[in-house]
Design a protein around this ligand. Sequence first.
Ligand code: G6P
Ligand code: MG
Length: 223
Amino acid sequence: MTKFSEIKGFAFDLDGVITDTAKFHTQAWHALADQVNVTWTPELQESLKGIDRMGSLEMILKAGNKQDDYTHDEKVALASWKNNHYVELISGLTPDDILPGMADFIKELNDKGYRASVASASKNAPFILDKLGLTDSFVGIVDPATLHAGKPDPEIFVRAAEILNLLPEQVISLEDSAAGIASINGAGEVSLGIGDTTVLAAANLNFASTAEVTLANIAAKLD
Ligand code: G6P
Ligand code: MG
């Protein structure tokens, strides 16, 4: 694997890595599942992480075998209902909602000259980063509206390295979802999984929580 000394930049997933908005996505999707009479399960919940808005809706409908029950326009309306609910839930975010250790880690990267970008499937990412006071900490954000395919396709993390003007092998990317780790691995970057090691077994490096993510701890695992 890449040596730590070759690493020049970092690409971050947002929801569940920088801030705990994964719980708000869950809350809003669960409400939508109830509305369309699809049974909510822990497995369905986990499988939605990292998946874009329309893809998530399709997975929920499919879980209840209802994927053919709605027209395209009705599906767009359902996704928009979920997003309105979600935007209400995130409207009160402040810098205090950055996950433990992440503000310090991002500052450490900035101070030590590592470049950082954001690779989130969320169209709400610029709004959230603004609320968290982190917009200026990143060189750029991949615009998910310009992607041909979402996670687990590698495209989003390939683009995140391009924004950094780095080769994929010079980048470590952070994710809390299985789809995201598959995307990072496909892009040829070092994948750092945060959370359940069973779910994130394909990650090159595993951390139980954001609080443990520091350059020293990463270097210790890579060298
Ligand atoms: C992230 C989250 C997903 C969410 C997706 C799209 O990847 O992990 O749960 O569905 O972004 O978010 P959006 O805010 O655009 O609906
Ligand atoms: Mg995530």
